[in-house]
Design a protein around this ligand. Structure first.
Ligand code: NAG
Ligand code: NAG
Ligand code: NAG
Ligand code: NAG
Ligand code: NAG
Length: 317
């Protein structure tokens, strides 16, 4: 049996082609009411070109962007190109009553700007009232050369190593409220490490909550498996004393477990599903903060216990 411990800090971490000339990317954004159905209810939102979220804009560094905004919706609106420098084109930035007045219903405005000296994925969103909740989309700036802006680019897929540690690299008093003042503990290094599991091995995980900053219950979700919950408790998990509390008779079978504030939870599952499976806190905004990792489960010995080849239309990065 593989035994290891994951720890849950509320901290930053765990976590060529030829030169192409600039071109003009021209789009029309029609802002309109859109009726959507969610949870069996219909409601009217404001959206661009009948899409929610709105259309993506793909450009290359150096391009000129022209977006004709036609306001056919019921509210005053503007659009902000979030993160675009707007060098010598402040009139296209968008914040209402700062660089422009709003475009009122029935009116139009053409946003025109050059995208220079920047690359990466940004977004565009409404910058009037709270319309950004539904009026938004991605704004993707590709390098003009087609080359990655890194000295040594990451590979596309397979960007991880299989050396996620079995135990926290540092042991400390996890649930002591004073740990938030220890900056050596507060920031863990970022990494892309996954934990490799042998096919059909029995895996036990101790989820240990910590007292870092905003103390919270963390609902940890594991993709690919349901697991048995052997025990939950408060304080720091002690394998000698707490393993006597394991329910090995009729443990709950779940796919998500709440790791209590100031406490821990122990789970077990059988790694009988080959693939890479995401493990993460289900409080969505904890994921980009690093409360996530992945298991890589090996193939079994036969074709029926191995992951088939990916489908031809699997999107690649
Ligand atoms: C759009 O929706 C708003 C809010 O539901 C409504 O007041 C308005 O009349 C609608 N406008 C059009 C043109 O459908
Ligand atoms: C944007 O780029 C075009 C084409 O290179 C150029 O004519 C124009 O002056 C640029 N506009 C600004 C505001 O820099
Ligand atoms: C936290 O630190 C304070 C001040 O040093 C100390 O008095 C207190 O006992 C500490 N609390 C714990 C739980 O260690
Ligand atoms: C996985 O292990 C269990 C025993 O723990 C065994 O019953 C089962 O046959 C194994 N499955 C495969 C596909 O090897
Ligand atoms: C676990 O509990 C035992 C028995 O109380 C104790 O002797 C031991 O020091 C504890 N271990 C840790 C790591 O606190």
């Amino acid at each position: 049996m593989k035994l290891f411990m994951l720890f849950l800090p509320w901290s930053f971490a765990l976590l060529a082609s030829s030169f192409a000339s600039a071109s003009v990317v021209e789009r029309t954004f029609k802002v309109q009411n859109l009726t959507i159905k969610r949870l069996c209810n219909e409601r009217v939102i404001v959206a661009v070109n009948g899409k929610f979220p709105g259309p993506n804009i793909n450009v290359r560094e150096g391009d000129t962007v022209i977006v004709h905004l036609l306001n056919e919706g019921p509210y005053d609106i503007t659009i902000h190109w979030h993160g675009v420098f707007q060098l010598f084109s402040a009139w296209a930035d968008g914040p209402e009553y700062v660089t422009q007045c709003t475009i009122s219903p029935g009116n139009k405005y053409t946003y025109k700007f050059n995208v220079t000296q920047q690359e990466g994925t940004l977004w565009w969103h409404a910058h009037a009232s709270v319309l950004r909740a539904t009026v938004h989309g991605a704004f993707i700036i590709h390098p003009r050369s087609g080359l990655f802006p890194f000295p040594k680019p990451y590979k596309q897929s397979g960007v991880y190593t299989a050396d996620f540690p079995d135990n926290p690299p540092v042991m400390f008093d996890f649930t002591n409220p004073n740990i938030s003042f220890n900056t050596n503990l507060l920031f863990a290094p970022k990494s892309t490490k996954a934990k490799k599991l042998k096919f059909n091995s029995t895996v036990e995980v101790v989820f240990q909550n910590t007292a870092f900053i905003a103390v919270q219950n963390h609902p940890i979700h594991i993709h690919g498996f349901s697991f048995h919950v052997l025990a939950q408790g408060f304080g720091n998990f002690n394998s000698t004393t707490d393993s006597t509390k394991f329910n090995l008779v009729n443990p709950q079978l779940r796919n998500t477990i709440a790791v209590p504030v100031g406490g821990w939870a122990v789970i077990r599952f059988q790694a009988n599903n080959p693939g890479v499976w995401f493990v993460h806190c289900h409080v969505e905004d904890h994921v980009p903060w690093g409360l996530d990792m992945a298991f890589e489960v090996d193939n079994g010995p036969t074709s029926s216990t191995s992951l088939p080849q990916p489908p031809y239309d699997l999107p690649i990065c």
